[in-house]
Write a protein that binds this ligand. Structure first.
Ligand code: PLP
Length: 288
């Protein structure tokens, strides 16, 4: 038995990518032959295709999902929207990256308990945690289930809070016809290989309609550079690799097919639930 005691590997990435292998190899060869390995056409094309997919004005490709979250918060700090010491509400039930993005920026994470049915942040519990130092709510669409509603929007509007979506696990999901990644003020995506849109390595992105945030995040991901030899911010190296972007372009075009296949497989697992080993037996890992 492989994969922590499961009779079948829960997610066989080799098999997942087998379906796209010919296109992935062609795309890889194009990058190798093209000789441009950082930035370039692939990155620009992917950013505009993901922005169009989400129905937002901007996408900024970055190195991974944690960095996407970190750069959104750092961007708001650079813009003067928040300062170290300010509070950010987040769901108590989430992957650790959500919290680290807050603490790495010197912000104070304020956990709010989940709804017992959805296991996502319970928006009815947000307001009691809002103080004069609260500047944002990070909502996490955990396990692909969107977590955004009128209650959350109303609280954010009344208290002047930014709503940041942690969309690492939910690309392709939607609420009332609007896809996740376009619901709040900014969103973070992860293209970790297991995700619905998985690279063949690390990758991430920020989406937003906010022109200023998009340009600050774009600068921050590349050493804070706003023009050649002009470093306006103390930035980072958090760029999205060109070769990974080429992989993502192939898979973005077939995202619906990938999600449909995962749904089919989930339905099979659901129908066989009684025969399956329990998560405790399977020693589950946190990375979804
Ligand atoms: C909810 C959530 N947020 C953030 C991340 C971080 O993404 P990455 O692993 O690309 O840094 C993940 C990834 O596993 C995640 O599941």
């Amino acid at each position: 038995m492989k994969d922590g005691g499961l009779r079948y590997p829960f997610l066989d990435l080799g098999k997942v990518n087998e379906r796209y292998a010919a296109q992935l190899k062609e795309a890889c060869a194009r990058v190798i032959d093209g000789g441009r390995y950082i930035g370039g056409d692939e990155v620009e094309r992917f950013e505009s295709e993901l922005a169009a997919y989400c129905g937002v004005r901007h996408t900024v490709g970055v190195s991974n999902g944690l960095d996407a979250l970190r750069l959104i918060l750092r961007g708001y700090i650079e813009m003067g929207v928040m300062s170290p010491g300010d509070e950010v509400i987040y769901p108590a039930n989430t992957y650790i990256a959500t919290v680290l993005a807050i603490t790495h920026n010197g912000l104070v994470p304020v956990p709010v308990e989940p709804d017992r049915v959805t296991m996502n942040l319970d928006s009815r519990l947000i307001e009691r945690s809002v103080t004069s130092r609260t500047k944002a709510v990070v909502t996490v669409h955990l396990y692909g289930r969107p977590c955004y509603d009128a209650v959350m929007r109303d609280i954010a509007e009344r208290h002047g809070l930014k709503v940041i979506e942690d969309n690492a696990q939910a690309i392709g999901a939607s609420v009332d016809g609007r896809v996740t990644g376009s619901l709040g003020d900014a969103a973070a995506f992860s293209f970790y290989p297991t995700k619905n849109l998985g690279a063949l390595g690390d990758g991430g992105a920020v989406t937003t309609d906010d022109d200023e945030l998009a340009s600050v995040v774009a600068a921050l991901r590349n050493y804070g550079m706003t023009a050649r030899d002009m470093n306006r911010y103390a930035g980072f190296n958090c760029r999205l690799d060109t070769i990974q972007t080429a992989m993502l372009l192939v898979k973005l075009g077939r995202l619906r097919e990938e999600i449909d296949r995962r749904r089919e497989l989930a339905a099979i697992y659901d129908s066989m639930r009684n025969d399956m080993v329990t998560p405790a037996d399977a020693s589950c890992h946190g990375h979804v």
